[in-house]
Design a protein around this ligand. Sequence first.
Ligand code: GLN
Length: 478
Amino acid sequence: MSLIELRKQLDNKEISAPELTRQYLSRIAKVDPQLNSYITVCTEQAEKAAVHAQEEIDRGNQGPLTGIPYAVKDIFCTKDIRTTAGSHILKEYIPPYSATAVEKCQDAVLLGKTNMDEFAMGSSTEYSAFGPTKNPFDLTRVPGGTSGGSTAAVAADLAVFALGTDTGGSIRQPASFCNVVGLKLTYGRISRYGVIASASSLDTVGIITQNVADGAYVLKQLAGHDPLDATTSPVPIDDYLNSLEKTVSGLRVGIPKEYLELAGLDPRIKERFLAVQKVLAKLGVGVEEISLPHSRYGLATYYILNPSENSSNLARYDGIQYGRPAKGANSLDEVYTKTREEGFGAESKRRIMIGTFCLSAGYYDAYYKQAQKVRTLVSEDFTKAFEQVDVIMSPTSPTLPFKLGERESDPLSMYTSDIYTIPASLAGLPAFSLPAGAVDNLPVAVQLIAPQFAEKRILQLGYHLEQSFDFPKPKLVV
Ligand code: GLN
């Protein structure tokens, strides 16, 4: 059931908050051993929170999220609840405070913390120290990543909504693989305070829901300036929900020709994508070809900037300030090296090495600085394109969910998963992934991209598309 529907039922006392929470907890107990979408389930806290929520409802004191069971990616700090970022190095870390985004959901009922690739590096949730999450539509396949625990949980009805983060595609790509709506917002729209940093100039907090209206509803609660995060923006928050039904007729949608020419694009996804274009035409939306000429350098640019920022952010895990020190070290140097050797997984080590190399004296100009310049060119492509069209649409992922293990030891093929999502991340733009049917019972999705802070526009278009789609839907196997 949708969040908005559940809100009504809670308010009308058709269901109680404790009853609702119990239903979700019992489904988690039954289904999650197959999926592994949660790292930590907060059974007792959730039951207590639900009782409190019901008291508020009984007093007529409820807020928009009161009593709604939800999940949080394990990269958000949660006071007194273990927060691992999917890493061994933080497996016993209990934060003394909660992230702002979690604080803003304090009336909702936190069911637990979801699985993810270590420090949000990966595209399949296989790079988690807590084992991979499985795709709820095919247990032999990945759910995507890095917010794969959150998307699998929402898809399998193990949470009404979930929080995730998206640095280069980590909400959109797993949303595509799990047939849920994934909102990646404008950089700075939602506070990152208390979110463990992966690549700070790219990291964004986002929302995963079963439908567009629920996403608009949650966004309204989370968006806005936060004095604790200097990168949040004071741009006013739109009335996302109440504008959804306004007509989209006359809107112009651009299709980047470079995206559809990509050799790795699965022809079955291309076919679905063309079917979505037809739906647009029916809605009175104009479709035209556009060009994003520098997007072909997006992936290469990202994989210099991202590891550079990863390497500097991961430097704080030294076994002293953060992370449990390794045993048997004989000197301070050995504490650092042993803790990091034992605590980090292979992908983290790879990015630390690449990033440290790119940032080192003598290479900085050739790699990091050069990549920053190309990032500007990628952004400028979007600025030009938005003079011609209102929204840009592309497939979210070039492939269907791949098999567990298929790309785990091949970082380059893993990296290509985000070829369509990375350019919008480099430009700090809002971009949403929207379910668009199925191929062989595997989900397919489209991505809608808007100018900075024009979330309302793509929510509206997404809502109309969602209402008009008549595509076969994939079926859950759990
Ligand atoms: N897959 C990309 C990476 O590995 C994006 C991850 C993310 O958005 N956090 O960096």
